[in-house]
Design a protein around this ligand. Structure first.
Ligand code: PLP
Length: 387
């Protein structure tokens, strides 16, 4: 059996994979088992911040690997403490809990929000408002947080205590707050899986104002939007708001599993010993890699991300076969006249890897993708969209 047959036979069929086997890569260029080259505009779904086989990240990971790869959270390790310090100093947040994935980071944030509300307002104050069309993960609780019914089918009963508000509708948010005892509002500043849709700035500032007045916590899910993806270190920084809790994962680990929950002033001491934990969370190898990633997410790089974003928008807006372009930074959705999955498949055949999100073609290139590769990939996509 070849690898595709072996995988189909033995790996649970939860993914519809593209029919290629990737074997190696460098930066934004990947190669399959036949030596065919692809320009990668997916970066492992916003994980490979600096592309494949990034030398600095590899060096940081291997150096730590050869010293100490795992202890447990019963002992102090340097990479975990240093990464937490860097995250807090760069965001103004106060404390960090490390997990292994985005869904787990969100689980932790939801637990912390419920504990905060129970301590301050009583244990019947537990509702978390999330937004329709949002996505927060695949566990039973984060599925409940995900405001898309199609994800709920087959898995009832989900965790209770979630209410879904219309995005960009402050009146709906206010009425949901009036009807429930609300602990927190959780949102993505750009709904990624939901179709790469940024929330409106006025909506987010209105939400922040209401939340502050009612002592409702704001949880920004920055699993996909974070770590430079939206042209600022974290996506919320584009909107002038300060969340009480920020969750992230994906690009922070740069290719190894790592999630983080950042707690602000109100929530820094909510979780106390014994209330939450993770065997692998804060693993020294993952944290050493993340330090290398975070230390290179500089203002200069963010400027470059914003410039590349502008270039992609300009290339597709009004182009033949394109209905609209949405997104922020290097998180871009293209509504095309053709079916998005067909476009992704045709692009793959022509040597460009893209993603889809609902009816859109979704681009999440590495933040350091060279302009030459980016423009070549754009030309190929445009050709696919019209032919
Ligand atoms: N939250 C958002 C906004 C995401 O985009 C994702 C994954 O796509 C998740 C949470 C879940 O992250 P993970 O797959 O690491 O559990």
């Amino acid at each position: 059996m070849n690898i595709q047959e072996l995988d189909n036979k033995y790996v649970a069929h939860t993914y519809n994979r593209f029919p290629i086997q990737l074997v190696e890569g460098k930066g934004s260029l990947l190669r399959d088992e036949n030596g065919k080259e692809y320009i990668d505009l997916s970066s492992g779904i916003a994980v490979n911040t600096f592309g494949a086989a990034d030398r600095e990240w590899q060096d940081a990971v291997s150096a730590q690997m050869s010293k100490l790869s795992h202890t447990s959270n019963l002992y102090y390790t340097q990479p975990c403490a240093r990464l937490a310090q860097m995250l807090c100093e760069r965001t103004g947040m106060k404390k960090v809990f490390f997990s292994n994935s985005g869904a787990e980071a969100n689980e932790c944030a939801i637990k912390a929000a419920r504990k905060y509300a129970a301590d301050k307002k009583g244990s019947d104050c537990f509702t978390v408002i999330t937004l329709k069309n949002g996505f927060h993960g695949r566990t039973i609780t984060t599925l409940a947080a995900t405001g898309q019914e199609e994800f709920h089918k087959y898995f009832q009963p989900l965790t209770s205590g979630f209410v879904y508000a219309e995005p960009n509708d402050l009146e709906d948010l206010k009425s949901k707050i009036a009807e429930n005892k609300v602990a927190a509002i959780m949102f993505e500043v750009v709904q990624g899986e939901g179709g790469v849709l940024p929330l409106k700035k006025e909506y987010l500032s209105g939400m922040a104002e209401i939340a502050a007045k009612e002592d409702i916590l704001l949880i920004a899910d920055e699993v996909q939007t974070g770590n430079g993806r939206c042209g600022m270190l974290y996506g919320y920084m584009n909107f002038g708001i300060t969340p009480d809790i920020v969750t992230t994962a994906k690009g922070l680990g740069g290719g190894l599993p790592l999630g983080a929950v950042m707690f602000g002033e109100k929530t820094e001491n909510v979780l106390t010993p014994g209330l939450h934990g993770s065997t692998f969370g804060g693993n020294p190898v993952c944290c050493a890699g993340a330090i290398s990633i975070l230390s290179r997410l500089t203002d200069e790089l963010m400027l470059e991300v914003r410039k590349k974003s502008e270039y992609i928008f300009k290339s597709f807006e009004g182009a033949p076969g394109v209905k609209s372009v949405s997104g922020l930074g290097l998180m871009i959705g293209i509504e095309c006249e053709k079916n998005a999955s067909d476009v992704a498949m045709a692009c793959m055949e022509k040597g460009v890897l893209v993603l889809t999100a609902h009816s859109k073609v979704r681009l999440l290139p590495a933040l350091n993708i060279p302009m030459e590769e980016l423009s070549k990939a754009i030309e190929i996509i445009k050709e696919v969209l019209t032919k």
